[in-house]
Ligand binder design. Structure first.
Ligand code: BT5
Length: 274
């Protein structure tokens, strides 16, 4: 099963022009984001081109934000990182996460026909029975040039494809997989190809200067809801109504006193879950 994501299979399944045309499959790695970072750091003639993908069947040091861990049993998931060289202003960085989460939502809808959405800022969610559960997450790590532009950006994504119920991680936000939510296994190769195809298309629109926000915001499950947002880093929590996002993908939160807050990153909990 797990050899289905080897280079030859992937190259014949995808129809991208440049994305994933440089493709590295690894049975096991620490973290695909870290491996891509190491490839970049070498800085030799074989510097990885934009669009390089590193994909693994198993990570023993998979990471979320703030060095939280990302856990997935071997051969059950899509675990990959994509290299971009956007030279965008730093504040545009979130467009990459937006483009990739949109691509993932569309590919999951197409391949698994499930109710799927995005929990701001970086979670892929599936509606199961009566609640939204986490089925994937995105991790963006970038480095800036001296003039503050995004010289390189590594976009990592993990999608729980065929993780059986008993192997789902015990996480703060309840987890699910496409298998558990839909009751049937989903071919990882088709899902990967669909994702990469859409990611290339969304990236190219963003590259022409158009924010993915208008389409992305429609997939947000938090909009119009009462939420708590815990700021990543400081740990401070704000509560209010999630009113929308701005063009950079920042959350607009109206607190009880009517004041509008613009939040760049954080962890959201829906207040009606309490
Ligand atoms: C994320 O972080 O959701 C981003 C995850 C990115 C993973 C990919 S896999 C390929 C690439 N290489 C890497 O090393 N990472 C990227 P965050 O929002 O901080 O959520 C992390 C939290 O999700 C953890 O603290 C757990 O509670 C939970 N979690 C861990 N594994 C999970 C899983 N398989 N499904 C659902 N939730 C999970």
């Amino acid at each position: 099963m797990s050899n289905q994501l080897h280079e030859t299979a992937v190259q014949s399944a995808i129809s991208t022009r440049w994305l994933a045309r440089s493709y590295h499959y690894l049975p096991t790695v620490g973290s695909t984001n870290d491996r891509l970072k190491e490839m970049l750091a070498k800085g030799s003639d074989d510097d990885p081109p934009a669009g390089t993908v590193v994909l693994a069947d198993f990570q023993n040091q998979g990471r979320g934000r703030l060095n939280r861990s990302w856990e997935a049993p071997p051969g059950t998931s899509l675990l990959l990182s994509v290299l971009f060289r956007p030279y965008w202003p730093a504040k545009q960085a979130h467009w990459l996460t937006m483009a990739a989460s949109l691509a993932a939502v569309e590919a999951i809808k197409k391949e698994a026909n499930l109710t799927v959405g995005i929990k701001w800022p970086n979670d892929l969610m599936i509606f199961v029975v009566n609640e939204w559960r986490k089925a994937g997450g995105l991790l963006l790590e970038g480095s800036l040039s001296a003039n503050g532009r995004l010289e390189s950006a590594i976009l990592g994504i993990g999608m729980n494809v065929n993780i059986p119920q008993e192997q789902l991680p015990d996480a703060s936000t309840p987890a699910t997989s496409l298998l558990v939510a839909g009751g049937r296994p989903i071919p990882r190769l088709a899902l990967l190809a669909g994702f990469l195809q859409r990611l290339e298309a969304h990236y190219e629109v963003a590259e022409r200067g158009k924010s993915p926000q208008a389409t992305w915001v429609q997939q947000l499950i938090t909009l119009g809801q009462s939420v708590h947002v815990t700021h990543t880093g400081s740990g401070q929590t704000l509560s209010g109504r999630a009113e929308g996002t701005d063009t950079w993908g920042r959350l607009l939160l109206r607190d009880g006193a009517g004041q509008l807050h613009t939040i760049a990153t954080g962890d959201v909990t829906l207040r009606d879950r309490e």
